[in-house]
Ligand binder design. Sequence first.
Ligand code: GAL
Length: 342
Amino acid sequence: MKITETVFDTFNKQTVKKITLTNDRGTSISLLNLGAIWNEFLVPSQSGQKNILLNFQHAQNYFDNPFYLGMAIGRTAGRIKNGQFTLDHELVTLPKNEGNNTLHGGPHGFNSFLWNYQATKNNNEASITFYRTILSTEDNYPGNLTATITYTLDNQNHVSLAFTGISDQTTVFNPTSHAYFNLSDKNDIKSLELTINSSEYLELSDDKIPTGHFIPVNDSPFDFQSSRQLGQSIEQMKNTKEKGFDDIYHVDNSKKIITSLTDQSSGRQLTISSARNGLVLFTSNSFTADMSFSTGAGTPYMGVALEAQTLPDSMNNPDFGDIILPANTKKTYTIDYQYTKK
Ligand code: GAL
């Protein structure tokens, strides 16, 4: 195992570092201390190394669009209706950053901070832990939250992403990763096959807030219970407002693996495991040419974000699950990514 550190860029007069963990098979992941961004997932390929993540070359590019590329998302993934909820009989009001709602932790989410970090390794794995205390006065959530975000790569090409949180007051905690994947050698994800271990997804209002209703996936483009080509389903969605997927699945997490993505032509596969009950599928429908990716201009369907989390806005929909973090209690949420190649 190897750990290297380089300067990625400067941002707001601060140095952004890029830390790379490489395993004995030549697979590596790179992370930025800005936003705890997952910047690269390089897997061995015939032409050297292939990056299966979308990324940018400059720090500023990450903040020039609303797509949270590769970023750590917290304290709470997804949208909170009207930026409000009741916690311990008190009304909590969060700052809004998308119309009348709070998205992905609001304007001062995990993605917006420069994190401290420490890297460690042994014979079989290397890790980097980002850590920071987010004061209630910084993001307006209840409680000062001490959070860690640990990315670990091992020699089996397994990446584990663990989030921990502990707060001095009862608060809410539902972090995720906003990595966008593309396993194919093409510039879009349409030829990839997707499975999602889910029989229902959430009905959403026009501003993408869950209404509380679940819709069965049966006989619809949303049905990925058996593996299905993303392009086929996207084609069937082309007359919708979104022109693709930006949807929240209620997943069956009893088998641990909640979703898998396969590129038949290269044999690359990624499976994602999570113990939580939600998965957002976002097929980058609205990417635009002014986004300058490392690989070139942005285009729709360049990547797919698969965001494991507890169903969002659960504070306003009690049957969606529980994201309460009681005072002085540490909680850990883990998302596991297993890469294989046939
Ligand atoms: C997703 C969300 C999308 C979009 C995206 C970031 O989680 O469902 O609507 O906001 O994040 O661009």
